[in-house]
Design a protein around this ligand. Structure first.
Ligand code: BDR
Ligand code: CA
Length: 309
């Protein structure tokens, strides 16, 4: 299995991504770090603890550490309309294990320092602040990273501003650090996650997988997602689990090499500029995930989550 350090901001879809990671033998989840994002850190950290705790011994064995409560530059803004005031769409989970001591970026650096070259996969499911702080303050540690897998950005329109996806918009400077760190970055953008549409039929199919409390909580969380205007009310995209699914079942995806950068100035701040056809001079620095076999993805979710809790 691949050694994973995962940063998140739970967040309804972050919760499901964490359960998918915990339930998947292809992944050895060693650390969960948390930032403010979908809601403030004072909620995302207890949410992350509760999500891990619900998964029983497997989840409680993974240390969870709090980190950035704001982006590298500017003030914190949150997105309560999608994830509810509590960040989990109103689904109440029992309190989880205590957070481990330390700050996310410090603990990430410790873990990377102790790791062999190119051995660790970093997964980012929220604003990129914690991961960027870890790498920017000790750039040599990028050499320990095998791959950085991010749910962030968009080739086409954004979901936070017309131009920018939420995670990229929340901390574009941090995303720029990751895109420029010299290690392979894999991008699960909005264009990919739009294919993972949560519909009533898919929620019903998930419930029918039986399983324990994580699967039931996941189905409750998905049922509470407000259908997106972008999809004419047909459903809502399930973003973050797509990034984890890439590590679990890469055969479900197609991908291509691209150059990717993030706009830092002006009204398009936070927009990812992705050169799909490599028309410009910038060398490829990212792998863009393009097509997803959505039915197989939801089947995988049901199958794996049914084994948890
Ligand atoms: C991203 O923003 C948050 O709403 C989700 O958790 C996901 O990480 C999608 O734009
Ligand atoms: Ca997220």
């Amino acid at each position: 299995p691949r050694t994973i350090l995962l940063d998140c901001d739970p967040g309804t879809d972050d919760a499901i991504a964490l359960w998918l990671a915990l339930a998947s033998p292809e992944i050895d989840l060693r650390l969960v770090t948390v930032a403010g994002g979908n809601v403030g850190l004072e909620k995302t950290l207890p949410n992350a603890r509760a999500v891990l705790g619900l998964a029983g011994a497997r989840g409680s064995a993974v240390p969870v550490v709090g980190g950035a409560d704001r982006p590298l530059v500017g003030a914190f803004r949150s997105e309560t309309q999608v994830h509810g005031e509590d960040g989990l769409g109103g689904v109440v989970l029992p309190e989880g294990p205590a957070a481990a001591p330390g700050l996310a970026a410090d603990v990430l650096r410790e873990r990377l320092r102790a790791a062999p070259p190119e051995s660790v996969t970093l997964v980012g499911l929220g604003p990129a602040t914690n991961l960027a702080l870890a790498l920017a303050t000790e750039p040599v540690l990028a050499g320990r990273v095998a791959e950085i897998v991010l749910m962030t950005g968009a080739v086409g329109e954004g979901n936070w501003t017309p131009a920018a996806e939420f995670n990229a918009a929340m901390d574009p400077e941090a995303l720029a650090v990751l895109l420029g760190c010299g290690r392979p970055v894999t991008l699960a953008t909005l264009d990919l996650t739009a294919q993972a549409l949560v519909t009533p039929a898919r929620v019903a199919a998930l419930r029918a997988c039986g399983g324990g409390r994580c699967l039931r909580a996941a189905a409750d969380i998905l049922a509470a997602l407000p259908p997106s205007r972008r999809f004419d009310g047909r459903g809502a995209p399930l973003h973050d689990p797509c990034a984890v699914a890439w590590l679990v079942a890469p055969a479900l995806f197609t991908h291509r090499s691209v150059s990717a950068a993030v706009v830092l100035e002006g009204p398009d701040r936070g927009r990812t500029r992705i050169d799909r056809w490599q028309r410009g001079p910038a060398p490829a620095n990212a792998r863009l995930l393009e097509r997803l076999d959505a039915d197989a993805f939801f089947a995988l979710l049901g199958e794996r989550l049914a084994t948890l809790g």
